[in-house]
Design a protein around this ligand. Structure first.
Ligand SMILES: [Mn+2]
Length: 431
């Protein structure tokens, strides 16, 4: 008898489906959460008979169970662990461990694709096109490559997985993969998937208004509380806020945090690791420990959510050479403008910030990261401009009264302009 212990996500269940197609009624599949696995393995090994073949996919076991499996393998030769997480690479030290993160051509692996190749290589599974398509969809989804390749089918396969029970999903897929020449959704599945897509869109729209921004361990984090649709949320919020290093999705009830990033230079599995979790560079998770609760929940509770950039503006437009206007919850006013080619400046509350930027995007990145600012609506922009205009008229009147200062004009020395120096000179719109 084969005994498969695998993850309870799409990639893990993909392995379960392959095992059932390969071994039919000669396999028992158990789906586990990351934290639930070790207990199951321990209990199983206590009772295992020597003809039981234990396979673990898409999950890691702890040190004690590693020893137990190793002992069992020495005795029976019947154990295998197949995984694709880089946190599991140490299992390659064992004859029964097979961990591979990347294919030779640079594509990332998934447990389902590795397990498929293993079964085919052992002659336990007959390769076919429908199976290959299914395995590739699971791999694309699990590695996030679906995003880059814009593969909606992979995303929809995962959506379907979450909409129906694991048993129902297993049964539907196993049947289809053995009977059809290629993989596709049936009419019923297509219909419920379309409905689900609309629902997710509405959910994400609501949640983006709840995100707060802060720095944790010198990383800029967007924090949002949500129980569902973590991938969609993490992805949308990440793309919408490229100045944020990673998105933390809090599930206080479930005592869990999901971490997502769209950036190649950030590895959220490292962040998760600090709190006893793990996962991939772009998507990982960890338990909501006391320490994490303090950092992510308590200390951020009073922060006002970020406002999305105004999107219906006609005048206050990003990157406009005449300048554009940002604001934040601290009632700071920011004016971003170009002074020369490759030189952008920011005025904060009418004082020029010392740092300059070569592009608008760079300036905006600085603003959003350090001042949690958003593009203001046209009305606020117009208010700001008219105030600045009044100030500059006042300044001209003062100048007329005192005459134009020259280097030798000592009467001018005591004069302090009512307006900060940055207000004068080459500010584009004040001419
Ligand atoms: Mn996986």
């Amino acid at each position: 008898m084969f005994h498969l212990f695998t993850h309870n996500d799409l990639d893990g269940v993909g392995c379960g489906i392959l095992a059932k197609i390969a071994f039919k009624d000669q396999v028992r599949v158990r789906y586990n959460s990351v934290s639930g696995l070790d207990f199951q393995i321990e209990r199983f090994l206590e009772r295992a008979k020597n003809d039981d073949f234990i396979i673990v996919t898409d999950l890691s076991v702890n040190e004690l169970n590693t020893e137990r499996i190793n002992e069992y393998y020495k005795k029976t030769g019947k154990a295998k662990l197949i995984d694709h997480h880089k946190t599991a690479l140490h299992f390659n030290d064992y004859e029964w461990g097979s961990v591979k993160v990347e294919y030779e051509d640079g594509r990332l692996t998934a447990a389902t694709s590795l397990f498929y190749e293993y079964l085919v290589a052992n002659g336990q599974l007959e390769p076919c096109k429908a199976l290959e398509e299914f395995v590739e969809l699971v791999r694309l989804y699990d590695t996030w490559e679906w995003e880059k390749n814009n593969n909606e089918t992979a995303k929809r396969l995962n959506d379907l997985f979450f909409m129906i029970s694991i048993e129902d999903f297993e049964e539907r897929m196993a049947e289809r993969l053995q009977q059809s020449d290629s993989f596709s959704f049936d009419e019923f599945e297509t219909k419920i998937l379309d409905m689900e897509e609309n629902k997710i869109e509405r959910y994400v729209r609501r949640k983006r208004r709840e995100m707060v921004q802060t720095f944790i361990d010198s990383k800029c984090v967007g924090i949002v509380h949500a129980e569902s649709y973590h991938s969609e949320l993490g992805n949308e919020l990440g793309k919408e806020n490229p100045h944020i290093d990673y998105i933390a999705i809090m599930n206080v009830g479930g005592k869990k945090i999901s971490l997502r990033t769209i950036h190649d230079h950030i590895d959220v599995s490292e962040v998760a690791g600090q709190f006893g979790g793990g996962g991939h560079a772009k998507a990982s998770g960890c338990p909501l420990t006391d320490n994490a609760y303090q950092l992510f929940v308590v200390e951020t509770f009073r922060i006002e959510p970020m406002k999305p950039d105004a999107f219906r503006n006609q005048y206050n437009l990003k990157g406009s050479e005449r300048g554009c206007f940002y604001e934040n919850h601290f009632e700071d006013q920011f004016f971003v403008y170009q002074v020369a080619e490759n030189k952008w400046c920011i005025d904060r509350n009418d004082k020029m910030i010392e740092q300059t930027f070569t592009t608008f995007d760079e300036a905006e990145y600085f603003l959003k990261r350090n001042h949690s600012a958003w593009l203001a609506r046209d009305e606020h922009y117009v208010d700001y401009l008219s105030q600045t205009l009044i100030q500059s008229i006042k300044k001209e009147q003062v100048n007329d009264q005192y005459g134009t200062a020259t280097e030798n004009d000592t009467s001018f020395v005591s004069y302090e302009p009512a307006i900060h120096p940055s207000e004068q000179g080459d500010r584009p719109f004040s001419h």
